[in-house]
Design a protein around this ligand. Sequence first.
Ligand code: SF4
Length: 346
Amino acid sequence: MNLREILYKPELTKEEIVYLLSLTDEEDINKLYERADEVRKEYCGDEVHLRGLIDFSNYCEQNCLYCGLRLDNKNLSRYRMTPDEIIETAKHIINSGIFTIVLQSGEDSYYDTDVIAYIIYSIKQIADVAITLCLGERGFNEYQTWKIAGADRYLLKHETANPKLYSIYHLHQQLNERLAHIRYLKKIGYQVGSGNIIGLPMQTIEDIADDILLCKELDLDMAAFGPFIPSPYTPYRNKKAASVDLTLKTMAVARIVLKAVHIPATTALATIDENGRIKGLKAGANVVMPDFTPSPYREKYEIYANRRCVGDDPRSCRSCLQLQIESIGRKISTSRGDSLKMKIDS
Ligand code: SF4
C-alpha cells in the first residue's frame, strides 16, 4: 500500500486502517501524526478545549473486569460527594475559566433521577456552561429528564466493538444494549461521546479498526481512545498496559477517519507517558479533561493505579495546562466547545 495516498484519501477501508495502525517505521509513523495534526487543524483549529471533571462517586454496581471501581473490589475506599459539594466544585471550575463541566461516576443509582436533575439545574443557574454526564447506562426516561434539566452531552464509551470481547469484559452487559443507549441519547438531542480502551486483553488490531469504524457509524460528537492500564485488585491486574505508540496511532487514525469530532488527550495517556498529553495533542487530539475532584476524594477514584496529576492542587491545573498547550503553539479555548458538527450543520 502507498502510505501517502492512504493518508490523503477521503474515506478509509478497514484494511487501510489496519495498515496504518500496524506501521512500525518511525518515519512512517511521524507522517501519520503529521497528517492527523493537519486534519485536526482543518476541522478544529488550534484551540484546545478544557473540560473540568468532577468524579463525584466511586461506587459502581457493575463488575467490568478491567476497572478498579468494580463492585467486587472490596479494597477500594468508597465515597460519594453531596449535591452541595458537587455544585461548589462546579463553581471552582467556572471560576477557572472552564466552560464544560463533566459529572462522572461509576454506575451508582444512589443518585436518583431527581438528585442528578437538581445538580444539573443548579449548575446551569450559575453560568452558561455545558454539562456532560458520564454516569454509565441509566434509564431512557432519566436521560430525558436530565436533558430537560439542562444537560448538554453524554459520554458513554462502547469500550470494544467486538461483541464477544464486550460480553467477556462486562459480564452482565451486552454490546447491543450499550449501542441502543448511545443511539437513544443521540436521538433525543445530546451531543454524544463514546470510544474504546486500547490494549485490553485479547484485543486485536482489527478490533481497534472496528472501534474507529463504529465511532464513524455512530456519527459521534466526541470520541475517546484511552490506553488500558492494569488496576490492582481486578482480574486483569497482571496484564500488560497498552503501548503509548498504539494509543497515539489509534488517535491519529481516528482523527483522519472521523474528522470533525472532539478527541481528548486522556489522563490515562498522560499516566503511561509523562509527555502523553502533548504527544496526544500533536497526534490529532483537541481536548484535555483536567480533574477538579477535591481531596480527599480524587485519590480514591482509582479506575487504574497511579493516575497522573492526582496529587496536584486542581486550582493550579489550568495554569499548568496553559503552559503545556502554549508551548506547542496552541491556545486554550474560551468557548464551551460544543460539537463541531453543529458548526458544520448551521
Ligand atoms: S468501567 Fe464503569 S461501569 Fe465498569 S466497573 Fe468501572 S466504573 Fe463501573
